[in-house]
Design a protein around this ligand. Structure first.
Ligand code: RP5
Length: 160
C-alpha cells in the first residue's frame, strides 16, 4: 500500500516530480503518482485529498507551477503533511509557483521546498524523514543514503 502520494498539476510537471519518485524508489518507500489539477480537475483533487488518509497515505508531495494552488487546496482538505514543490514555470521561472505555494494563510500548513528538481528531491527526503520516525528500518536506509552522499563528495577539485 502506498505511503506517499506524489501528485502534480499537469503531466508537464512529471519531469520535475520524477526526482521525488527516484528518491522514494531508492529508499524503498511505497508511493503512487497521479495527475491532479486544482483548476482543470477540481473534483479529482477533492476526492484525492479527502480519501488520502483513509487509503493509508501518510504524506502527500504536491507539485505545481504558475498559479500553483494544488498543494494549498489539498492541505485544506486533509490533515496529512503536505509537501509543496514549486515547478519552474515558463513565464516567471517558478517564482510565481513558489509564492503561490509558500504564502499559505495561518492554520493550513504546506511545507514548501525549493523550485524545481532540488525541491522535489528534498520533498521526498523530507517525506522519508517523517516516515522514518515510526520506521526504524527506513531510518537506517535514510542514514545510509545521507552517508553515501557525504562519502561521494571529493575533498579536492579536479578538471572535468
Ligand atoms: C499548472 O500549470 C501545472 O502544475 C503546470 O506546472 C502548469 C502548466 O501546465 P500545462 O499547461 O503544461 O498543462 O497547473
Amino acid at each position: 500500500m502506498a505511503e506517499v502520494g506524489v501528485i502534480m498539476g499537469s503531466g508537464s510537471d512529471w519531469p520535475t516530480l520524477k526526482a521525488a519518485a527516484t528518491i522514494l524508489e531508492t529508499l524503498g518507500i511505497a508511493f503512487e503518482t497521479k495527475i491532479v489539477s486544482a483548476h482543470r480537475t477540481p473534483d479529482r483533487m477533492a476526492d484525492y485529498a479527502k480519501s488520502a488518509k483513509a487509503r493509508g497515505l501518510k504524506v502527500i508531495i504536491a507539485g505545481a507551477g504558475g498559479a500553483a494552488h494544488l498543494p494549498g487546496m489539498v492541505a485544506s482538505m486533509t490533515t496529512l503533511p503536505v509537501l509543496g514543490v514549486p515547478v519552474t514555470s515558463k513565464a516567471l521561472s517558478g517564482v510565481d509557483s513558489l509564492y503561490s505555494i509558500v504564502q499559505m494563510p495561518g492554520g493550513v500548513p504546506v511545507a514548501t521546498f525549493a523550485i524545481g528538481e532540488a525541491g522535489a528531491k528534498n520533498a521526498a527526503l523530507h517525506a522519508a524523514a517523517i516516515l522514518a520516525l515510526a520506521d526504524p528500518a527506513l531510518a537506517e536506509r535514510l542514514s545510509a543514503w545521507r552517508q553515501a552522499q557525504t562519502d561521494s563528495v571529493p575533498e579536492d577539485p579536479t578538471d572535468a
